[in-house]
Design a protein around this ligand. Structure first.
Ligand code: ZN
Length: 88
């Protein structure tokens, strides 16, 4: 790991996620973590998509293993479209 000044220990990233999710003021978050408001906001823009405790379901187009048509799958293990599921 590169040890530059912008490094975010996992614990700080978790703290940021918790505080930002609760809607705590950015100036308070920045003081709690010991970074600037700008650094905290920039980090949050990244972690909220990848490290958030309860990530949103992101639908991805996948090909159905049964009929071969593409459909919106909410996770990688879902490989059969709704039409085929209900017909089984
Ligand atoms: Zn299908």
């Amino acid at each position: 790991m590169a040890g530059n000044g912008n490094a975010w220990p996992k614990t700080d990233a978790i703290l940021l996620t918790n505080l930002a999710t609760m809607g705590v003021d950015w100036s308070i978050i920045a003081r709690a973590i010991g970074k600037t408001v700008g650094q905290c906001k920039a980090k949050w823009e990244r972690v909220k998509y990848y490290d958030a405790p309860q990530p949103e379901i992101i639908y991805t187009e996948r090909r159905c293993l049964a009929c071969g048509s593409s459909f919106q799958s909410e996770w990688i293990g879902n490989r059969v479209c709704k039409t085929c599921k209900t017909s089984w």
